[in-house]
Design a protein around this ligand. Structure first.
Ligand code: FES
Ligand code: FES
Length: 159
């Protein structure tokens, strides 16, 4: 099937197998391997991207279902060479160890802050229920999201 999907601001036309998952479209068709696959049960959240601005696990939908829509992946979060405040906060506050969950954590948390710009620690923890980290114990991830939220309140960004 022919699809036209905009990813990180660029439109891609491809002829694909209708069974192809969005995560495979991103990784295999477009070479955007920042979106990770961490499970085969739609539980881990490592594959989270933004679909028309909302956080979505890209292993849970078919690429043909997002025909005509806008996707942002971790590769599209930095703007003009400057890291997104969430990326900076994960870096500065050591919100990662192996890094495998990190793209999904960052995409999920940026989407969450768009709906709740000033969350409590408890709300942040609740927002991460669909994203697993096997390394960090979550403490520094939560601290990084809180820090990014505070920074973004002072200096709003587009994504
Ligand atoms: S790879 Fe999508 S939720 Fe685990
Ligand atoms: S940093 Fe290793 S899984 Fe989260």
């Amino acid at each position: 099937m022919q699809v036209s999907i905009t990813v990180n601001g660029k439109r891609y036309e491809r002829n694909i197998d209708p069974r192809m998952l969005l995560v495979h479209f991103l990784r295999e068709e477009l070479g955007l391997t920042g979106t990770n696959i961490g499970c085969d049960t739609s539980q881990c959240g490592a594959c989270t991207v933004h679909l028309n601005g909302k956080g979505v696990k890209s292993c849970t939908c078919l690429a043909v279902q997002v025909d005509g829509m806008d996707i942002t992946t971790i590769e599209g979060l930095a703007q003009n060479g400057a890291l997104h405040p969430m990326q900076e906060a994960f870096w500065e506050l050591h919100g990662l160890q192996c890094g495998y969950c990190t793209p999904g954590m960052i995409m999920a948390s940026t989407a969450y802050l768009a709906t709740n710009p000033s969350p409590s620690e408890e709300e942040i923890r609740g927002s991460l229920e669909g994203n697993f980290c096997r390394c960090t114990g979550y403490q520094n991830i939560v601290a990084a999201i809180k820090s990014a939220a505070e920074k973004m309140q002072q200096e709003p960004v587009g994504v």
